[in-house]
Design a protein around this ligand. Structure first.
Ligand code: HEC
Ligand code: HEC
Length: 304
């Protein structure tokens, strides 16, 4: 380069580029910038040698694995193994615990059961029973002391194992007749018995004469399951009809509709779908929400 062009003003050599009289000075790059630049090159080479970096050429499976053989897939698998190992001890203890008292007596196990039950509840139960187990029409609230099929730990666990009107051979099963649809009672009779239910549950707007006629019908048609006093029978899943807690709604129309069509709540059986310790954890969780009920005292209320 014979014809070096020196900028007059600054005395610095130019690159020879010029736009409309503006010249580009040929200043060297700052040192610090250069060092960082070289460092990134060195870093990238070290990284490529140690870590997975290059995909295989088209048509070939895989990639360069690097000297460390690091892979997120392997890491996740290893983490899962560690998690399983840490759980399996608790799972074995849950499986052998047998009773709520035994689980509760072991604080670490109890905490684990509640946490595992809570998370399994979110996965498998909240779609029907609600995220807070508060229930919906037709899907019982599990937070309270009212149970269709009994609220002891063993009752709840058994309900989970065999389901209700489910496909399990030992499923909890009792079928209230569809009194209206199947022509067992006339609409007038259903209205009478509805008025009777409003009376015994503390409802309003019933006709006393109709309620008395309904009482007689109730004794004949309904007491075998709901008991003469209407307080229900958890061994048949027949709810307490006196507590003004209604699974299918408590207005006169809703009660009459329930009697007309015959309620038929279905709860899946979880045996075979969930393993034993998970079912125990779920029963512990549900029992801790609302239970506290010894089996003898269950009054089989409408599960709400
Ligand atoms: C497909 C909807 C559905 C799912 C999912 C479901 N349930 Fe239920 N469950 C029901 C219905 C409906 C009933 C009430 C059945 C009846 O009317 O007899 C019920 C009843 C129950 C009962 C008995 C309540 C009582 O009063 O005796 C318990 C306990 C229970 N469910 C717990 C669970 C748990 C724990 C899970 C998750 C593993 C779960 N359910 C998942 C629909 C469901
Ligand atoms: C064979 C036993 C049986 C007989 C008989 C029976 N019930 Fe029921 N009843 C049940 C069961 C079981 C349930 C709960 C069903 C469910 O949850 O799906 C129920 C639920 C109800 C409910 C819904 C309660 C709520 O919380 O919403 C009403 C109302 C009711 N029965 C009224 C009657 C009346 C009135 C008669 C008589 C005319 C009668 N039942 C006869 C078993 C019976």
């Amino acid at each position: 380069m014979a014809d070096k062009d020196i900028d007059e003003l600054s005395g610095i050599e130019t690159t020879g580029h010029e736009w409309d009289g503006i010249k580009e000075l040929d200043n060297p790059l700052p040192r610090w910038w250069l060092w960082i630049f070289y460092a990134t090159i060195v870093w990238s080479i070290v990284y490529m040698v140690l870590m997975p970096a290059w995909p295989a050429p088209p048509g070939v499976e895989g990639y360069t694995t690097g000297l460390t053989n690091n892979s997120e897939r392997v890491n996740v698998a290893r983490d899962m193994e560690t998690l399983q190992a840490s759980r399996s001890d608790f799972y074995a203890r849950l499986e052998s615990a047998g009773s709520y008292e035994a689980i509760e007596a072991d604080p670490a196990l109890f905490r684990f059961a509640l946490a595992a039950g809570d998370s399994a509840f979110g996965n498998f139960c909240s779609t029907c029973h609600g995220a807070g187990a508060q229930g919906f029409v037709g899907y019982p609230n599990l937070n309270d002391d009212d149970w269709l099929w009994g609220g002891s730990f063993d009752d709840i666990r058994h309900t989970l194992v065999v389901g209700i009107r489910a496909d399990h051979p030992d499923t909890r099963l009792s079928i209230m007749p569809a009194y209206g649809r199947d022509g067992l009672l006339s609409n007038e009779q259903i209205e009478d018995v509805t008025d009777f239910l409003l009376r015994i549950s503390g409802g309003e707007g019933f006709d006393s004469a109709a309620a008395s006629r309904g009482a007689e019908l109730f004794g004949q048609q309904c007491a075998s399951c709901h008991m003469l006093d209407g307080r229900g029978d958890p061994s048949q899943g027949a709810p307490n009809l006196t507590d003004n807690i209604w699974l299918y709604g408590g207005s006169a129309e809703q009660i009459a509709a329930t009697i007309w069509r015959g309620p038929y709540g279905v709860m899946p059986a979880w045996e075979g779908r969930l393993d034993d310790p998970t079912i125990t954890a779920l029963a512990t969780y549900v029992y801790s929400l609302g239970g506290g009920q010894p089996p003898v005292q269950t009054d089989g209320a409408a599960g709400e």
